[in-house]
Write a protein that binds this ligand. Structure first.
Ligand SMILES: C[S@@+](CC[C@H](N)C(=O)[O-])C[C@H]1O[C@@H](n2cnc3c(N)ncnc32)[C@H](O)[C@@H]1O
Length: 244
């Protein structure tokens, strides 16, 4: 269930009401709700709070600073993702089936590709849309289409892509899944929305798409989803399995 949306002041009331309707929740300025799980809209943007999260800070996506900004500014150093994409004569049309916090999509965009990023979580989709609207760099988002859907339903619409990118959540029992505050928040958002994925099933469905290449990001020691891998690109903690 989507938690209520609390707004900080009357200035945000009307945007909060519109947003709440589009997310499918209620809006209010009841400050006593602030201890409970909620979405929060202020003049500085939209955030999410969960009382049981290890971080006491609200979860808010920000493309203007932090590691995403740093990585996109020096994208020529992203050897692994460049190797996974391989040689191409023209910019690629990439379907990122697991938008998450858009970090990988932003690398693709910084490398000059066109990206359609699909995110199944409504909450995350709205946090991303808000962060995009607040971004100081609107130019990079011109080549991005952000979709709120399950990627397996989305591909049935038949749109053509050169590359499919798939980076499912790591199993929650693994320490790595809770390793960063952001990933913990992501897992909590999916739990709140009662979203559960079967990554193998999703992989099988996505691999039916007629595309040049499918890139799957996996923890370094995880079993591949299929034995039909064409090649792998290894990093320190993760690897890319490439299916052609
Ligand atoms: C590990 S995160 C992806 C992180 C992302 N690559 C990034 O760079 O920020 C996985 C995300 O994909 C989403 N996801 C997983 N399976 C999906 C599917 N079948 N369709 C749409 N979204 C999916 C989850 O909701 C979650 O937000």
């Amino acid at each position: 269930m989507i938690p209520p949306l609390i707004y900080s002041s009357d200035k945000c009331k009307s945007s909060a009401e519109t947003l709440a309707t589009s997310i499918g929740t209620t809006s209010s300025d009841e400050k006593e709700m602030i201890q409970h799980c909620h979405l929060y809209l202020s003049e500085t943007g939209l955030s999410f709070f969960h009382p049981e999260a290890r971080s006491t800070k609200k979860f808010k996506i920000d493309f203007n600073s932090g590691s995403t900004r740093w990585r996109t500014n020096r994208v020529e150093h992203e050897k692994l993702i460049k190797k996974a994409l391989g040689k191409h004569e023209a910019p690629l049309n990439i379907l990122d089936c697991t938008a998450g916090m858009l970090q990988d999509s932003l690398l693709f965009l910084s490398l000059g590709h066109k990206v359609t990023a699909v995110e199944q979580s409504k909450i995350l989709f709205h946090l991303l849309s808000d962060a995009i609207n607040r971004s100081n760099d609107q130019k990079i988002f011109k080549a991005l289409t952000l979709i709120n859907a399950n990627a397996c339903s989305y591909i049935s619409k038949g749109q053509k892509f050169d590359v499919i990118y798939f980076d499912p959540m790591y199993p929650t029992s693994k320490k790595s899944a809770l390793g960063s505050g952001q990933l913990e928040y992501l897992a909590r958002i999916l739990a709140i929305e009662s979203i559960e994925n079967d990554s193998i099933q999703d992989f099988e469905c996505l691999s039916l798409m007629p595309i040049q290449k499918m890139i799957v990001k996996r923890p370094i020691k995880a079993e591949p989803f299929s034995k039909k891998i064409n090649y792998q690109v290894f990093g320190k903690t993760t690897r890319f399995d490439i299916y052609i």
